[in-house]
Design a protein around this ligand. Structure first.
Ligand SMILES: CC(C)(C)NC(=O)Nc1ccc2nccnc2c1
Length: 328
């Protein structure tokens, strides 16, 4: 077992490599602190996940933390947070992440009330590309919200990165899929009927992005307590009841409203997929895409996120496209 540093109960290896300073964020599973890599003086974020914080469900906490770590190490997209290092002790996981100096989108929306439409579109496009990559790699995030979207700087035009994969789900090949490959001679009809709806759990991410887009554009959420007298928030959601308050939405384009309406469809089968959202007229904006691709895949290797190999001709192709899409 790793020697732990007596003062701060941190693994010795960790405190030897990083100097940990102030708390900069708090998550469901722990906290995020600002740290400096001693060798390079570069700033990083240190996310701590306490295993013991969930005595009752210590199993699920560990499993969800292990799943998060497994996913964090496998994914590679400019709009998904990257793990730089990883340590663990008996009671905690320590994940070193690239620092996102702009903090959470949640705080940006709170401080700006409404985000200007072109900026909201730039952020939303990056979120769609990140979630498209996850879905093409058989991963569903399942907890997309402004707290889990981080900004790389305080500037309006910046990279966003999605974080917090501890609620995410890895789509494996299912028994149902194997059944449907066989000869159905003796197969009951309901197995086919059930099969029609299975495979849509990724649609939850499209719904969540619809809510995030609504909040960015309007500065208030579509579903909230007392939005409709007599309707709980869950009733509002299950019935798809929300209001475009004129004073907030009058200056916003009909295309933007149309994307929100088509993502906030109660029927997952009718809801826009991430792919379809990327094809919506509101996102058919060459200037925005040029800006986005430019910050996601900078040409200058010196830039923070120059991950694509300059020699690689189609550096702009989304690596996620190549992967087969496992069923649900
Ligand atoms: C800008 C300010 C106020 C210092 N906040 C901040 O950096 N917050 C966070 C929060 C969580 C993070 N998680 C991963 C990477 N950077 C993060 C930055």
């Amino acid at each position: 077992d790793l020697m732990v540093d007596e003062q701060s109960n941190l693994p010795k290896e960790l405190s030897e490599k990083y100097m940990i300073t102030k708390k900069i964020g708090v998550g469901v599973c722990g906290e995020v602190k600002l740290a400096f890599e001693r060798a390079t003086c570069k700033k990083v974020a240190l996310k701590t996940i306490n295993k013991k914080d969930f005595p009752a469900s210590v199993g699920t906490a560990t499993r969800s933390a292990e799943r998060e770590i497994q996913i964090l190490q496998k994914i590679d997209h400019p709009c998904l947070i990257k793990t730089k290092d990883f340590f663990q002790t008996d009671d905690s996981y320590y994940i070193v992440l690239e620092l996102m100096e702009g903090g959470e989108l949640y705080d940006r929306v709170k401080s700006k009330q409404q985000i200007k439409e072109p900026i909201a579109k730039l952020y939303f496009y990056q979120m769609l590309k990140a979630v498209e990559y996850l879905h093409n790699n058989g991963i569903i995030h399942r907890d997309l919200k402004p707290e889990n979207v981080l900004l790389s700087s305080h500037d309006d035009v910046c990279i966003i990165k999605i974080t917090d994969f501890n609620q995410s789900k890895i789509l494996e090949e299912s028994a149902l899929m194997r059944t449907l490959c066989g000869t159905p001679t003796y197969l009951a009809p309901e197995v086919f009927t059930d099969a029609v709806t299975v495979g849509y759990s990724r649609a939850v991410d499209a719904w969540s992005l619809g809510v995030v887009l609504f909040v960015c554009l309007a500065g208030y959420p579509p579903f909230y307590p007392n939005a409709r007298i007599g309707l709980s928030v869950s009733d509002q959601i299950t019935q798809g009841i929300y209001t475009f308050i004129p004073s907030k939405w009058d200056g916003i384009s009909d295309d933007a409203k149309d994307v929100v309406k088509k993502l906030l469809r109660v029927d997952p089968n009718a809801r826009l997929t991430i792919e379809e959202a990327l094809q919506h007229p509101w996102l058919m904006d060459e200037a925005m895409k040029e800006t986005a691709e430019g910050i996601m895949y900078p040409k200058d290797p010196g830039d923070a996120d120059a991950t694509a190999d300059p020699g690689d001709a189609d550096a702009t192709a989304d690596p996620g496209d190549a992967t087969a899409d496992p069923g649900d």
